[in-house]
Design a protein around this ligand. Structure first.
Ligand SMILES: [Zn+2]
Length: 306
């Protein structure tokens, strides 16, 4: 198999399963975000919804991580952020990845908002952003209305691996550690709180999912090695409940275990579909309290690793 064939094969495998995982994730929290917040750490608040939104408040500036689906949600978040922040502070906005519920609400933020994201995420957005908006708009009348006329916004600031924002008494480190759920996954680490805003890269009792031509299980593990080194005390994922730093090692263990099992079964000549069933059953036994332990999509991603 040449490289092009291998890539298209991988795309097919991932694309066939992706909608299932997105639906599973979408079950948590409302798409129309509420104006209520939960405090995560000294400087970090969360709006719980689909997805969770982080607001990091300093004395001079505020950072919002993720936009909600469409400008109406973006405007809600901006209102909440303005209430939490001291008057006349700067507003920064960043996105964990290019998917519409994380990025397509940017036009709802006030003029003067400074949008930042990593270069790889921006490239991915330019390549696949519109097709994702069309796909999300096709899922429900509500989505269609929320996304109607949305133009993807280019950032004011692009960064390669890290951007540091001094918000006044608190620093947000915007980090690109490599490919995982998507190619451009961005993590935000808040100091001195030691709070990690983890996007899809670290979740809580939630199956990992590699979307489209995102990363591979191996690159996701390499990203997690760097995340472990941050030594986070609090973790706020985008599609599951917040928790402490142990979520990072739990995610690493989950992905590493599934990958080791899948590679062993592949070596024995077991078909990917059968390996997926076996590994899902093992997970169900190990984690009976998880809402979903379907490993089929992730096992396909392991089988498709170059
Ligand atoms: Zn996503």
């Amino acid at each position: 198999m040449n490289l092009a064939q291998r890539v298209s094969c991988f795309l097919l495998a991932a694309a066939a399963l992706a909608p299932v995982s997105i639906r599973a994730q979408a079950q948590r929290g409302p798409t129309m975000l509420p104006e209520t917040t939960t405090k995560i750490s000294d400087h970090v608040w969360m709006i719980e919804g689909n997805p969770n939104i982080a607001i990091v408040v300093g004395s001079r500036a505020t950072l919002v991580v993720d936009t909600g689906l469409g400008p109406k949600n973006g405007a809600t978040i901006a209102r909440v952020a303005a209430k939490l922040a001291p008057a006349n502070t700067k507003l920064f906005l960043t996105t964990t990845h290019f998917h519409p519920e994380h990025a397509a609400g940017a036009p709802g933020f006030p003029p003067g908002t400074i949008l930042l994201r990593d270069v790889i995420q921006q490239q991915e957005m330019e390549k696949h952003g519109q097709e994702m908006i069309d796909m999300f708009a096709g899922r429900s009348a509500e989505n269609k209305e929320l996304l109607s006329g949305v133009a993807l916004q280019s950032p004011d600031i692009l960064f390669d691996r890290e951007a540091r924002l001094d918000l006044g008494g608190v620093t947000a480190r915007l980090l690109w550690f490599g490919e995982a759920h998507t190619k451009g996954d961005e993590l935000t680490f808040v100091e001195p709180d030691r709070t990690l805003i983890s996007g899809d890269v670290v979740q809580n009792k939630t199956m990992p999912n590699i979307f489209g031509d995102g990363g591979t299980p191996a690159t996701w593990l390499a990203v997690l090695d760097k995340v472990v080194a941050l030594n986070a005390a609090h973790v706020m994922p985008d599609h599951s409940a917040p928790g402490d730093g142990s979520l990072v090692t739990a995610e690493r263990e989950l992905i590493s275990d599934m990958r080791t099992q899948a590679l062993a079964l592949k070596k024995q000549g077991v078909a990917a579909a059968d390996a997926g069933k076996q590994i899902s059953a093992n997970l169900k036994t190990k984690h009976p309290d998880w809402p979903n332990t379907n490993a089929a999509g992730f096992v396909n991603s392991v089988y498709a690793e170059p």
